[in-house]
Design a protein around this ligand. Sequence first.
Ligand code: NAD
Ligand code: UDP
Length: 310
Amino acid sequence: MKKILVTGGAGFLGSHLCERLLNDGNEVICLDNYFTGQKKNVVHLINNPCFELVRHDVTMPYLIEVDEIYNLACPASPIHYQYNPIKTIKTSVAGAINMLGLAKRINAKILQASTSEVYGDPQVHPQPESYWGNVNPIGTRACYDEGKRCAESLFINYHKQNNVKIKIIRIFNTYGPRMHPNDGRVVSNFIVQALKGKDISIYGDGKQTRSFQYVDDLTEGMIRLMNSPDNFIRPVNVGNPDEFTMIELANKVIQLTGSKSKIIYEPLPADDPLHRRPDITLARTKLGWEPTINLDEGLQRTIDFFKTIV
Ligand code: NAD
Ligand code: UDP
């Protein structure tokens, strides 16, 4: 049995990771400041004697003895991370410094939840890990993108300077049950709108693309990366390479919910990436990982969840 710290554990992805790590027989400490996460995401785990819930902000140091740290704490949807951009940068950068300092002190392995946003509005398509990205450092998304890029740099340098055992996962758009219904992300927005019979809001012309991965596939990828050999420290893309336009996504959601909602078009937010699709060759070859749940199946499971809360 390993003792594992999950920061941001009460969020969407963190709650699935905590659940899976417990099911695998580990002891899990879930740390969260509840900025975008909620206790109800982990309420079903609270009676498990191997689970512990801690209210804490990663911008402040935290001391504990664990074997592994998954550093997920950070608001992830554009409306949430742009709400208080300075705090978003502090969470990414000071949070990474605090968790890396902890990993160094206790000799724990640490995984950083990085993002496809490090590629910005990519000029290389699909995106391999070797691509350095195209990020506007003073744009509205920069607090998140540059914060995550700086965190990657901190991880590599703690490894080089202090021999900390690091892992960096670049997560592409992930969806599934327990997404926050008001987080403004496209999958949750479209499903909530469809279930309520409201207009489906496509931003821009709807021809921009994203590649959507179901949360269970990501959880498997995160754990495989954490368990990979200590000398494997390269960032790894984990995402589903099937690529869809937002028009295609809206039509799928309308079809799967049987909704009578109509599509409307609204202005495209600034710096919204035109295309995004992972090259997952590295995850395939080094982790033996690839996604197993296609968009229709994952959307159906997510719609079933949203039916219980909206
Ligand atoms: P989320 O907002 O549901 O979860 C983030 C969690 O971190 C929340 O529980 C929040 O309360 C907590 N948190 C935020 N600031 C904190 C702080 N200062 N101290 C302690 N806790 C704090 O988002 P998510 O989708 O679950 O994302 C989790 C991680 O995965 C994030 O680091 C995000 O950048 C990364 N990621 C997510 C996606 C995606 O598509 N969901 C894509 C790429 C990367
Ligand atoms: N989007 C949309 N309608 C919405 C919410 C988002 O058309 O109601 C678009 C958004 O402009 C972007 C894509 O969907 O092009 C994905 O947005 P999301 O915020 O989910 O993720 P990200 O932009 O961070 O990949």
